[in-house]
Design a protein around this ligand. Structure first.
Ligand code: GAP
Length: 462
């Protein structure tokens, strides 16, 4: 049973140190969230799993980390300055301001009236100024990137030549993006500052682009499955022609059931787009329009590719799987949420996180915290495990409470040190999902845990 709604996760996330409302000491900041001690581990584990899957386990993908602030011309030629708009309308009755595409049945969501101003564009790129310049100096204007993708496109030639790559190959990047969303909300689903995991897969203009979109859809469905997402909670949406972004010939969104309580439960988790040769072409100095004029008189480079075998030069096409870290984290938390009733009839929350994503892999718990030998042994076990997996020591409650706390944050294993441990050098290993316990020798413990975690490799720190 996944979480019944996002609110259940909001309260768990705050109570247990995954996500806090940002700037709370000053009354908060709308739709901004801070990741706590467990949240930062979970985000890092998602990013690490993604990076390992694409950059390490495949042979055709390189990674980069480009600047967040790029030359403003990048956003001119990418089309973002002209088209990265939300269309806004105002309700003349209550003065509420809304995104035109989100209005249902032409009714104002605040007051129910049907009296609107004309729709007008609002560019959602967040602006900043570079250097110590006058407030009105237009040359100082810069943007915080609204997608990580453009940092990849402008580095296509650098990566291709430095790494001696031949098509097809991909470039992956994970990092923060910013959008001045008009209607952010629903916890970490839509915020103005968020993190993306994007990969641009460069292929020949004659490749089977639509089939490649299907291929990456299947790859990501499998990957989300490996993170523990139930296939029934994922849904494919073929974006209709009239909704496609200016650069796309085909896009398929993978949606997640973020709103199980609603009639329309789906919201986008990620998109897979065929971006054609738009991006490499638009940033290139030699590309000409239909009238033979350079489409980019500002560029100093040509991002075309010479195919040795075909003896041809062309602008590669791009298949782009673009996913959100925060939306993945929210989906993972919702899917992992479950409740179980113990022998005393008490209901416990168990977060059945895939072990590779669990913020903590093992909690070492002393059965008697007033016995220095037991405490000493438990702390020594914690220290010996730490180099191989993330472990914590906790003695701040009775054993039942300590188990319950670890279940609620998704720790796969609890290790209990008791009186007998002092004699037989063995501990009890308790499984989060079955609550079954087994006795393991301390000398075998690290190997035992690693074996059980093996199908879900322990992430290296990012
Ligand atoms: N480069 C293509 C691109 O950026 P997008 O569909 O606008 O495509 C990709 O964004 C993913 O980034 C989304 O599917 C979503 O997971 C995440 N994302 C976009 N806007 C977001 C926001 N305001 N808050 C949280 N995540 C967001």
């Amino acid at each position: 049973m996944p979480a019944p709604n996002i609110d259940t996760i909001v309260s768990l996330a705050k109570r247990r140190g995954f996500v806090f409302p940002s700037s709370e000491v000053y009354g908060g900041l709308g739709s901004a969230w801070d990741y706590g001690p467990l949240g930062v581990e979970l985000c890092n584990n998602v990013k690490q799993a993604w990076w390992r899957w694409l950059v390490y386990e495949r042979d055709d993908i390189e990674g980069i980390d480009s600047s967040i602030i790029l030359n403003r011309l990048v956003w001119k030629y990418s089309g973002h300055e002209a088209t990265f708009n939300d269309w806004l309308i105002d309700c003349r009755k209550c003065k509420g301001r809304f995104r035109a595409d989100k209005i249902v049945d032409n009714k104002c969501p605040s007051c129910g009236a049907n009296d609107w101003t004309e729709a007008r564009p609002f560019n959602t790129m967040l602006q900043t100024k570079l250097g110590a310049v006058a407030d009105d100096d237009p040359t100082a204007l810069a943007y915080l990137r609204p997608e990580t993708a453009q940092g990849i496109f402008i580095n296509f030639l650098n990566v291709q030549t430095a790494m001696r790559r031949k098509l097809p190959f991909g470039i992956a990047q994970v990092g923060k993006s910013f959008r001045n969303e008009v209607t952010p909300g629903n916890f970490i689903l839509r915020t103005r500052e968020f993190e993306q995991m994007e990969m641009e897969y460069f292929v020949s203009p004659t490749a089977e682009h639509s089939k490649l979109v299907d291929y990456w859809v299947e790859q990501y469905l499998e990957w989300f499955g490996s993170l523990g997402l139930n296939r029934e909670n994922l849904h494919l949406y073929e974006v209709p022609q009239e909704e496609l972004a200016h650069y796309s010939k085909r896009t398929v969104d993978i949606m997640y059931r973020y709103f199980p309580e609603r009639e329309k439960p789906w919201e986008e988790l990620m998109g897979i787009a065929w971006r054609t040769d738009f991006d490499l072409g638009t940033h290139s100095k030699n590309k000409l329009d239909a009238e033979g004029k350079r489409i980019n008189p500002d560029s100093t480079e040509d991002l075309s590719y010479f195919d040795e075998a075909a003896k041809q030069r062309f602008y590669p096409h791009v298949i782009e799987p673009a996913a959100g870290v925060n939306r993945t984290v929210l989906a993972v938390l919702m899917d992992a949420y479950s409740e179980k009733t113990n022998d005393k009839g008490e209901t416990r929350v168990i977060l059945k996180l895939s072990p590779q994503l669990a913020p903590i892999k093992a909690a070492i718990l002393p059965l008697a915290k007033n016995k220095p030998e037991i405490v000493g042994m438990a702390k020594a076990i914690k220290r010996s495990l730490q180099p191989v997996l993330r472990a914590v020591y906790d003695d701040t409650g009775g054993i039942g409470k300590l188990y319950a706390r670890q279940d609620e944050i998704g720790t796969p294993f609890c290790i209990t040190v008791d009186h007998q441990s002092l004699e037989d050098e063995a501990v009890t290993v308790r499984d989060r999902d079955t609550w079954e316990q087994e006795r393991i020798k301390v000398t075998d413990l690290a190997e035992h845990l690693q074996k059980r975690l093996k199908p879900f490799p322990v992430p290296e720190s990012i």
